[in-house]
Design a protein around this ligand. Structure first.
Ligand SMILES: [Zn+2]
Ligand SMILES: [Zn+2]
Length: 285
């Protein structure tokens, strides 16, 4: 019983030559769940052996631009590269506001959609989507893989959500929680309780707070530091802590510095790295 986590994009809003925007691929029970779709997500999906047309669902933690930057690319590319007739719509699960963003994105690509429908006989309708907006509770149960949602705290960005993905069979249940961008909060602690892995976005407040631009320092208001993410992992009793969305970008060679900040709060395994870093999570029993 396993869940495979691939950090597709470990970057942030600041463009980085080596880090795509926030996005994570979860493989469980034959399903591919994409969590957020930041800059460069389709290139990273290709590198991970997946594609827009192989995804089972798209999960959005919130509607900040860095987390949805390539939504249009994802929707259009899935549409033009799906060759099965009557393909089901892409399930999209996100917080309230998601349907409006998806509709507006499809509208922005309206000319393109029109050109392709006019040109190709077998494209007769715009990209199919099935958008569900949630802030709490169980939201999907398919082939032994369940998804539960809970509110996170990324104010003034609201509402924002985290996801708990569980894969179960007769041998046990493996679970991964995707925190997204959030400060520590009780509802995330509850969502993550006992999970086998917690994937958490992090910032180095010790580095960011030294910068002269107030607008950059503002980001400390609504993100967890490495230590705070690790403290959440400890409170929730998770198995493995996976750090991503490094602000500032994680400089190669400084991995141990980041790991030490987390290890001061959390005793378990700590994973971090570059885009395409892969972590396999098993049920702890
Ligand atoms: Zn955000
Ligand atoms: Zn972000």
């Amino acid at each position: 019983m396993t869940i495979e986590i691939t950090l597709l994009g470990t970057g942030s809003p600041i463009p980085d030559p080596n880090r795509a925007g926030p996005s994570t691929l979860i493989r469980a029970g034959g399903q591919q769940l994409l969590v957020d779709c930041g800059r460069g997500v389709l290139q990273r999906l290709a590198a991970a052996g997946a594609g827009a047309n192989t995804l089972s669902a798209l999960l959005l933690t919130h509607l900040h631009s860095d987390h949805i930057a390539d939504l249009g690319d994802l929707l259009i590319t899935r549409w033009v590269s799906t060759f099965t007739p009557e393909a089901p719509p892409l399930p999209i699960i996100g917080p309230p506001g998601t349907a409006e963003v998806v509709e507006a994105t499809l509208r922005a690509f309206g000319h393109d959609i029109g050109y392709r429908i006019a040109h190709h006989d077998d494209l007769t309708a715009p990209p199919g989507v099935d958008v569900r907006e949630h802030t709490t509770g169980p939201v999907r149960d398919r082939d032994g893989v369940t998804i539960t949602v809970a509110p996170t705290d990324h104010r003034p960005v609201t509402p924002t959500i985290g996801f708990r993905i569980e894969h179960r069979d007769e041998n046990g249940t493996a679970s991964v929680v995707m925190a997204g961008d959030t400060v520590p909060c009780e509802s995330l602690d509850e969502l993550a309780a006992g999970a086998d892995a917690l994937v958490h976005t992090v910032i180095r407040d010790d580095l960011i707070e030294r910068l002269p631009q107030q607008r950059i320092r503002d980001i400390c208001d609504y993100h967890s530091s490495v230590a705070q993410a690790a403290a959440t992992a400890k409170r929730a009793g998770v198995g493995t802590l996976v750090l991503t969305h490094y602000v500032p970008a994680l400089v190669p060679g400084q991995e141990d510095q980041w790991r030490a900040l987390a290890a001061a709060e959390f005793d378990g395994p700590i994973e971090l790295g570059n885009d395409l870093h892969r972590v396999e999570v098993s049920a702890r029993g």
